[in-house]
Design a protein around this ligand. Structure first.
Ligand code: F6R
Length: 617
């Protein structure tokens, strides 16, 4: 939700601010803007809509300046127009802000009483005037920032430049991510490390409450100072950056979503490498102090796609580890009065590691003395830091807003964790452990085969692209994948879609079936196949058009049992053991959603109203 960047350099920064914003656009794309300090004055350019509009504006009205900040917005307060676009500024300061100032209305009233006038509907603008109020009282920029922060409630990250201090930038992290980057020629800040790729050789992830002051002296040398939430000057570790600029590029693909779908064999393979000894076929990824044997309950908490990964994991932990599992949506969990059991383990799933509801649920679990474990994709993200233990998926940066490889790598690590839990609880033999591990090891190869069938999904997307509604059905571990398939379609094509457990069809949704509602059925030839087949027959008997993803055995059965006069498209996928089937069956639903969106001409990578990292409620 909003991306921010700031650069202090010895050369003009506007172009790099824009490149950084391009890499942050996944966080919001309602409007964008940059500001620099030129001859002791704040200069800025802002534009509504995608970054391209800002680029066009800059082509007409270039922005000089070697110290600058930039912002790409996901609107919370106020319409996505130029007036509400960041940076917000007056003649003294310019501010970019990611997050929400909860008590802005109250502060705004006080400032208006003092005579300050506002030119936007945003919560951010109060920061500009509060800072100015303190600067005009004679406080130094750092003192003014510290005083201003003492008024603000909410979760936010800020970067600020000052007209009368042209070589200074102050930034803070209070609930939203911020990373400091030190390069050979510049010093910079960004909402994530990707924004700073190729310029920052070293990275420093700021801690909650940190204020960082970065500056350049008259010789052009850079310096920075970090003050922690207690007001003490502190050192934070500087790490070598491993993120390359290629990670932020689309390469040969037309969209990030397609590139990321195709990266899945590699991403899953690398995630397995972090957890599996390929030689002994043994998984030892959770060497934490978790007493799996005595564990009575596992609670999995997440939002959206990550929640669906949690739903799949419930089947695995119950079946193999014989463990009681609850799966909860973070935004519900945090406002209920959940019963925590003593010695329970709470597992948090988040690709970004920043989702505000998941973070709040994690805080709650910690307060209740639950042991906590997180599976995240982003190093040093808030959830990763706060959790007692963390496992990282190796998806790499995911820029397409609709999650693909981050989801399947979550599933991969969850599968590994279920095997570990099952072994440690003595519920499976070493032989079973190795067999299940082998099934995971074989998976990237099978996924590559699905990707080779890419054009099949392109063709069958035609059945869906003209529809207003669609249904996705699955049973067992493929029920959450049906939910995920429906979510993917909604997100990128704007077609209304619902996922259902196939067995629920006749309890209501069958009323929706007619020839205008395509039904996507996920039906590998597994223990549930014959049941799903009956549900499919019920759909066909009512004129429904079915796309069925199955394997070769399933194809034989379908051809035997379904009359050729019905509208049935069978897509045959590689045969896989049922343990790993939900991971493999994720691929066709992603490709289908992608190609439907392509046919509809929607903005696949930046669908309307969405943003990737949901740091506001
Ligand atoms: C959809 C998608 C979202 C996220 C959700 C939680 O494609 O990616 O539903 O899963 O916003 O985000 P994380 O996983 O970052 O906590």
């Amino acid at each position: 939700m909003c991306g921010i960047i700031g650069i202090i350099s010895n050369t003009p920064v506007a172009e790099r601010l824009i490149t950084g914003l391009e890499r942050l656009e996944y966080r919001g794309y309602d409007s964008a803007g940059i500001a620099t300090v030129v001859n002791n004055e704040i200069e800025r350019r802002r534009a509504p809509g995608k970054l391209q509009t800002l680029k066009n504006l800059l082509a007409e009205q270039p922005l000089p300046g070697m110290v600058g900040i930039g912002h790409t917005r996901w609107a919370t307060h106020g319409a996505p127009n130029a007036e509400n676009a960041h940076p917000h500024a007056n003649e003294h300061v310019a501010v970019v802000h990611n997050g929400i100032i909860e008590n802005y209305a109250e502060i705004k009233n006080e400032l208006q009483t003092k005579g300050y006038t506002f030119s936007s509907e945003t919560d951010t603008e109060v920061i500009v005037h509060l800072l100015t109020d303190y600067l005009l009282k004679g406080l130094t920029p750092l003192e003014a920032v510290t005083q201003t922060l003492s008024h603000l409630h909410g979760a936010f990250a800020l970067a600020i430049v000052f007209a009368k201090h042209p070589n200074l930038m102050i930034a803070t992290r209070c609930g939203s991510p911020l990373v400091l980057g030190v390069g050979e020629y510049d010093i910079m800040l960004g909402s994530d490390a990707l924004a700073l790729a190729s310029w920052a050789q070293k990275l420093c992830y700021l801690e909650e409450g940190d204020v960082v002051s970065i500056s350049k002296n008259n010789n052009g040398d850079f310096d920075y100072q970090i003050i922690d939430s207690e007001g003490r000057s502190v050192e934070r570790p500087l790490r070598q950056s491993k993120i390359t600029a290629e990670a932020a590029s689309k390469g040969e693909y037309s969209h990030y979503m397609l590139k990321e779908i195709f990266e899945q064999p590699r991403a899953i393979g690398e995630t397995l490498q972090s957890a599996v000894d390929f030689e002994s076929k043994h998984i030892d990824c959770a060497n934490f102090d978790i007493n799996w044997q005595s564990l009575t309950r596992l609670t999995i908490i997440a939002c959206g796609t990550s929640y669906y990964a949690g739903m799949v994991a419930k089947y695995w932990f119950e079946k193999y580890a014989k463990l009681h599992v609850d799966v909860d949506i973070a935004s519900e969990f945090r406002y209920r009065e959940p019963i925590f059991c003593e010695g329970g383990l709470t597992l948090f799933l988040s690709q970004s590691g920043e989702t505000i509801d998941t973070l709040a649920a994690l805080n709650m679990a910690k307060e209740q003395k639950q042991q906590t474990l997180a599976i995240v994709n982003v190093t040093d993200s808030s959830i990763a830091r706060l959790s007692d233990n963390v496992l990282y998926t190796a998806a790499g940066p995911e820029i397409g807003v609709a999650s693909t490889k981050a989801f399947t790598t979550q599933l991969t690590l969850l599968a590994c964790l279920a095997i570990v839990a099952a072994s440690k609880r003595g519920k499976i033999t070493e032989e079973d452990h190795q067999r299940l591990t082998e099934e995971l090891i074989m998976l990237p190869g099978k996924i590559s085969k699905v990707l080779q069938q890419d054009q099949t999904f392109h063709k069958c997307a035609l059945t869906i692209s003209g529809a207003r509604d669609a249904l996705y059905l699955g049973r067992g571990t493929n029920y959450p994948i049906a939910l995920e398939g429906a979510l993917k379609l909604k997100e990128v094509s704007y077609i209304h879609a619902e996922g259902y457990p196939a067995g629920e069809l006749k309890h209501g949704p069958i009323a929706l079936i007619d020839s205008a509602v395509p039904v996507v059925v996920l039906a590998p030839h597994d223990a549930w196949f014959s049941k799903t087949l009956s549900n499919l027959q019920e759909v066909m008997a009512r004129g429904g058009q079915v796309i069925c993803f199955t394997d070769s055995k399933g194809e034989v059965e379908l051809k035997k049992q379904i009359s050729s006069s019905f509208h049935l498209q069978i897509i045959v996928l590689p045969t896989v053991p049922s343990f790993v089937a939900p991971i493999l069956y994720s691929i066709p639903v992603q490709l289908l959603a992608y190609y439907v969106a392509l046919q509809k001409g929607t903005d696949v990578d930046q669908p309307r109203n969405l943003a990737k990292s949901v740091t506001v409620e």
